[in-house]
Design a protein around this ligand. Structure first.
Ligand code: NAD
Ligand code: TYD
Length: 379
């Protein structure tokens, strides 16, 4: 039985990965390590944690004792590192936390994996490792910087991070590459475009827009809304990670992208129109609208769900214009393609939010309101 250490497994992509991989491979052991920051929620993987082969450890990836004790207890074969501070806006407010978690945390994981996986030394003095082990770093296309109107990021595009978040992820990638070169540690790096899907924390564009619509709040669009992101359904990302982990060539970087570029304003308009249509076609959904009172006949109006909700607010500092991934390497080498069409994925995602308001309320019950006022109050 192979043992996987999945860090950040209570966050958005990590939790989707825990769900995906535990369904796909029955005979594996998963150890989820997560510090349960504002972005982590154990309830998201509650069902999975009932499985005797899936366990949870609360702790910081940067804590040598916590990580060592996991390697002492379990014969870890794979490390998949999702744990990170992941929100660009927060990185503008508090860059240091991003460097601590994303760079030093990654380095700590690498160090301990190296220690426990080392089997000996070769004739050139390099460590040799127990067979079949691998460290996979989950990275982002944001390390490549920002594109103009044309072109795509490939794996050979020079790193040119521009936000503190992107710089911290690029720093992490470089230390992973350094361990691969200096210590011959078996690694892969995946660099993915913007994910969307269930369990996405409502500080990121799509879930924040859905939440605000349901609450009858304005929909803040940064700048002119013309910035472009390349959206990928989260399960397609999980499939890519599974493929790279088991079949990727050791030491390689793989870009993962949806071939699905959209301007932010188009995403916001589409989300509005889908929610309105769903509410019109299935009046039962209207019960999740927070501020609407039924009229005398018991009807809840939905005609206010329209583009008038959009408000253009001050732009993000250093707002990257466009991201777009060329995923041809992972397609050619590993046969991966983005399977979920955006129109299907966004509909599934919105329905999920309409049907899982309990989850949204749970994850936003802490400091969310304070965060929202601080981030959007002066825009
Ligand atoms: P997220 O913010 O939803 O989840 C991050 C998780 O990491 C949370 O559960 C949090 O509690 C945990 N965590 C934070 N600091 C920790 C620490 N020091 N020790 C242990 N756990 C800690 O993030 P996400 O969107 O799921 O992103 C996961 C990974 O994928 C990140 O590395 C991110 O950079 C990368 N990524 C995200 C996207 C995207 O669109 N969301 C795209 C490309 C790459
Ligand atoms: P986000 O979801 O934060 O992801 P990232 O910055 O990592 O790409 O933002 C996606 C895009 O949406 C980005 O161009 C910023 C923009 N945006 C808004 O216009 N309004 C918002 O309230 C948020 C959170 C993001």
């Amino acid at each position: 039985m192979r043992s996987y250490l999945v860090t950040g497994g209570a966050g958005f992509i990590g939790a989707n990965f825990v769900k995906y991989i535990s369904k796909k491979h029955k005979d594996i052991r998963l150890i989820v390590l997560d510090d349960l920051t504002y972005a982590g929620n154990l309830g998201t993987i509650e069902a999975e944690l009932k499985n005797a082969n899936i366990s949870f450890v609360k702790g910081n990836i940067g804590d040598p004792q916590v990580v060592s004790s996991i390697f002492e207890q379990y014969p870890i074969d794979f490390v998949v590192n999702f744990a990170a501070e992941s929100h660009v806006d927060r990185s503008i407010e508090n860059p240091q936390l991003f460097l601590q978690t994303n760079i030093l945390g990654t380095q700590n994981l690498l160090d301990i994996a190296k220690k426990y996986w080392t089997a000996g030394k070769n004739e050139n003095g390099y460590p040799t490792y127990r067979s079949g082990v691998k460290y996979l770093q989950v990275s982002t296309d944001e390390v490549y910087g920002s594109l103009g109107e044309t072109g795509y990021f490939t794996e050979t595009t020079p790193l040119d991070p521009r936000s503190p978040y992107a710089a911290s992820k690029a720093g992490a990638d470089l230390i992973v590459a350094a361990y691969a070169e200096t210590f011959k540690l078996p690694v892969n790096i995946t660099r993915c475009s913007n994910n969307y899907g269930p369990y996405h924390f409502p500080e990121k564009l799509i879930p924040l827009i859905i939440k605000n619509i349901l609450e009858g709040e304005k929909l803040p669009v940064y700048g002119d809304g013309a910035n472009v992101r390349d959206w990928l359904y989260v399960e397609d990302h999980c499939k890519a990670i599974d493929l790279v982990l088991h079949h990727g060539r050791t030491g390689e970087v793989y870009n993962v992208g949806g071939h699905n570029e959209r301007q932010n304003i188009a995403i916001v308009r589409l989300t509005i129109s889908i929610i309105r249509k769903l509410m019109e076609e299935h009046p039962g959904y209207r019960k999740v609208l927070k501020k609407q009172q039924p009229d005398a006949a018991g009807n809840i109006a939905v005609d206010w769900i329209n583009d008038d909700l959009i408000t253009f607010v001050g732009d993000r500092l250093g707002h990257d214009k466009r991201y777009a991934i060329d995923p041809s390497k992972i397609t050619k080498e590993l046969g991966w393609t983005p399977e979920t069409k955006f129109e299907d994925g966004i509909l599934k995602t919105i329905r999920w939010y309409l049907e899982n308001q309990d989850w949204v309320e749970t994850v936003t019950s802490g400091d969310y309101q304070k965060y929202y006022e601080q981030m959007y109050g002066n825009r």
